[in-house]
Ligand binder design. Structure first.
Ligand code: AMP
Length: 148
């Protein structure tokens, strides 16, 4: 998939936003949704997406929507840090198939990191247990600060 294809309304995140397929949600508001990655590269891997935009990648996103996603990513990362106390974390964002992107609805990854735990490969991690993901999502959600 190139950087310049049309938005596919049947991509997996569009289906999650429509409620056509389930997701383990951390939190949402009118503009954004944070949910658990089902193939987590580390414990507590969360994805943040915009609800109203059909931007596929960073090149296409409206700046005001990008600002909301970034604020949501920071708010979620703060909660992940409090809930799981990683020693570090990565914010990842991939653009185009050649850039490692596999779902073409713009999203940011929050990947907690611990020095003694290897990170699983992007697109190569095993599927998580849904019950365990829900426990993590609830733990993270419990640490959310009020939106600024
Ligand atoms: P990217 O490769 O940057 O487009 O990231 C897409 C991410 O979506 C990957 O980390 C996948 O593990 C994740 N993913 C794929 N399907 C689902 C799903 N149904 N629910 C949650 N995460 C998913």
């Amino acid at each position: 998939m190139t950087l310049h294809a049309p938005y596919d309304p049947d991509n997996i995140f569009a289906k999650i936003l429509r409620g056509d397929i389930p997701a383990v949600k951390v939190w949402e508001d009118d503009d954004v949704l944070a949910f658990m990655d089902v193939f987590p590269q580390s414990e507590g891997h969360v994805l943040v997406i915009a609800k109203g935009s059909t931007a596929r990648n960073l090149l296409e996103i409206e700046p005001e929507v990008l600002a909301r996603i970034m604020a949501a990513t920071q708010r979620t990362a703060r909660a992940v840090q409090k809930a799981l106390e990683p020693e570090g974390f990565q914010i990842l964002q991939f653009n185009g198939e050649a850039g490692g992107q596999t779902v073409f609805h713009l999203h940011f990854h929050i990947v907690p990191r611990w020095a003694d735990r290897a990170m699983k490969g992007h697109g190569h991690a095993p599927m998580a247990d849904m019950t365990a993901l829900k426990v993590l999502a609830d733990k993270i959600a419990a640490q959310l600060e009020p939106a600024r």
